[in-house]
Ligand binder design. Sequence first.
Ligand SMILES: C[S@@+](CC[C@H](N)C(=O)[O-])C[C@H]1O[C@@H](n2cnc3c(N)ncnc32)[C@H](O)[C@@H]1O
Length: 218
Amino acid sequence: MKRAVGPEVWHRAQTGHLETWVGYAEKRVAEAPERIAAWRALLETVEARAPTKPGERVLDIGCGLDTVLEFLPEVSRYTLDPLASQLVPMGLTPGIRHTAGVFESLPFPDQTFDRVFLLNVLDHVRAAAEGLAEIARVSQPGAVLVVSVDTFAGRRYVAKRLHKWWGRMRGARTKHPWVFSVPALQRMLESTGFEPALPERIPLAKPRRTLFVSRRRG
Ligand SMILES: C[S@@+](CC[C@H](N)C(=O)[O-])C[C@H]1O[C@@H](n2cnc3c(N)ncnc32)[C@H](O)[C@@H]1O
């Protein structure tokens, strides 16, 4: 799998994200009952695997306009998103420490966090493995990593990758520079310092959105 996409591809994708968040703010999507139910369903699945302890330090990377941490009030909450400076004035959850930055270079000391969420972000980044290794660096040994990402299998996976490659050749804009299969994601997690994780379905999410609850190797 490639190591990184070009900065111009990533910057074009970020323009698309900002447009999405402006639309979400206008339509008040964060307050929609379906959106809130989806966050709660995801958290219920995660809690069944790795329950949160009060006072944990938790980071939500690539939070967008409404962080899942809104529903974990008893932990010490941090977010990071490249668009944070635009998202905070647009209404990104108050009362949480928001930082602007990219996960390939996390502005936090080693072993800061007990839990990291990376929800629907990994196929949008510039360098996926580089960022996962950074998450391992800022995580305590045994810390929980929650990843959700769209995965594809068989002919659909091959077709998607070809489509992405052709799009890049033509300079087309895509919000998803990366395409993952379950085994590719599992290999990447293990090679960057995390324990093996099984793929799971997320209730109320589209079937290809796959959940991995892993832990940093101790
Ligand atoms: C599809 S949104 C996901 C938002 C939210 N986590 C969710 O599940 O609804 C992807 C987010 O990832 C952020 N992002 C893109 N590249 C990133 C990077 N290299 N590091 C951290 N966040 C990134 C984007 O700014 C965008 O807000």
